[in-house]
Ligand binder design. Structure first.
Ligand code: PMV
Length: 359
């Protein structure tokens, strides 16, 4: 665990922990790229173990923000995005100033609990944690309740985090989170629609390929409009969202699983038919998915996959089936590492000053 210890009581030193999320209905394509206004509503499940921890404190002697990243393979926001994160912090400062002073450069350290660029949304938890830590350090709020008392709600935090990376807006709240597009960029919003205790699902992330994706999601969002399938995708998404919501409400995993597999396959079909064809996975992932489907058809496994912009599937199943599923994967694919996760709660803010002087 990484921490920055405060040097004086005025540093506002704090630690933000933000969960990653896995999209069940994908955010893929932007209506306004500069504002991260999505082309469609999306829905994700917040994860419990995959998270980013970011500490921040105001530093009197520094002219510019300093962002230190954890070990090179586990950075919450890739080091190449340092410039983007710096720009984002300056934009965020102007937003926070509408609630009170937000002065001073920030000394920030950020770390993931999982490897980045591997099919777990590191920019989602990364920008959510960066937002919360920066707002905590500037305002001096010691927890989420104190932020609320200043007029800063989770809706504000989510809307701000979105400007860093779209899917980060779904990493402030917990459980099943819907990001609604609205009819204008100002109307979009994200929030919990079912809490994590409504339905605990396991998510086994199968690490087929650990290398960084070749086409960034920013580039992918842009390319998606060149696919002839995009129009068809857009026309069917609200119907799919309705069915996914019903499946979650009634805790019907087979129904949800069937819907999310179609959804993920459709997103990738759009990418494969874009003018610059984009394949986020290759034969190993196709073979793994075929195996999963065959085992399921044989009544041997009850798990369904989804795939973000990468090669590593997330398998959703009931928690009581995890041990059997893990055993089957290890037996058939001994080289693939498995990360086990489950439905989780929202982001948290803590004061490090309180901790360091023992109150
Ligand atoms: O937030 P971005 O720009 O990295 O886009 C995320 C895109 C997907 O992960 C593929 C889908 C999603 O909804 O999270």
């Amino acid at each position: 665990m990484v921490s920055i210890l405060p040097t004086s009581s005025a540093t506002g030193a704090c630690r933000a922990t933000a969960p990653s999320n896995i999209a069940l209905i994908k955010y893929w394509g932007k209506s306004d790229a500069s504002l991260n206004w999505p082309a469609n509503d999306s829905l994700s499940m917040t994860l419990s173990r995959a998270h980013t921890v970011t500490t921040a404190k105001k530093s009197q002697g520094m002219a510019a923000h300093r962002i230190a990243f954890g070990t090179s393979s586990d950075t919450a926001i890739p080091a190449r995005d340092n410039g983007k994160a710096q720009q984002y912090l300056e934009w965020l400062r102007t937003e926070v100033r509408t609630f009170g002073p937000a002065e001073g450069a920030l000394d920030i350290l950020t770390n993931n609990s999982f490897p980045s660029s591997c099919g777990i949304a590191s920019s989602a938890s990364g920008f959510a944690a960066l937002t919360l830590a920066a707002v905590g350090a500037w305002t001096g709020a010691k927890n989420m309740d104190q932020l609320k008392a200043l007029g800063i709600s989770t809706a504000h935090l989510s809307a701000w985090a979105r400007r860093g990376s779209g899917s980060a807006c779904r990493s402030i709240d917990g459980g099943f989170v819907r990001w609604t597009r609205g009819n204008s960029p100002e109307q979009q919003s994200a929030g919990t629609i079912f809490c994590d205790d409504h339905w605990q699902l396991a998510d086994l992330i199968v690490m087929i390929d650990r290398s960084a994706k070749k086409v960034s999601s920013t580039e992918g969002h842009a390319r998606t409009w060149t696919s002839p399938l995009m129009k068809m995708r857009m026309s069917g998404l609200s119907e799919r969202m309705k069915h996914v919501l019903e499946a979650i409400e009634s805790r019907d995993l087979e129904r949800l699983g069937t819907l999310i597999e179609t959804e993920a396959t459709e997103m990738h079909a759009v990418m494969m038919t874009a003018i610059q064809r984009t394949d986020y996975f290759g034969t190993p992932t196709i073979n793994f998915i075929s195996w999963l489907r065959n085992r399921r058809a044989a009544g041997n496994i009850e798990a369904w996959f989804t795939l973000d912009a990468g090669a590593n599937p997330h398998l959703l199943c009931h928690p009581q089936h995890v041990a059997h599923l893990r055993e089957q994967i290890i037996k058939n694919f001994p080289d693939y590492k498995i990360l086990e996760d489950q439905t989780g709660g929202g982001a948290k803010l803590e004061s490090l000053e309180e901790k360091s002087d023992g109150h």
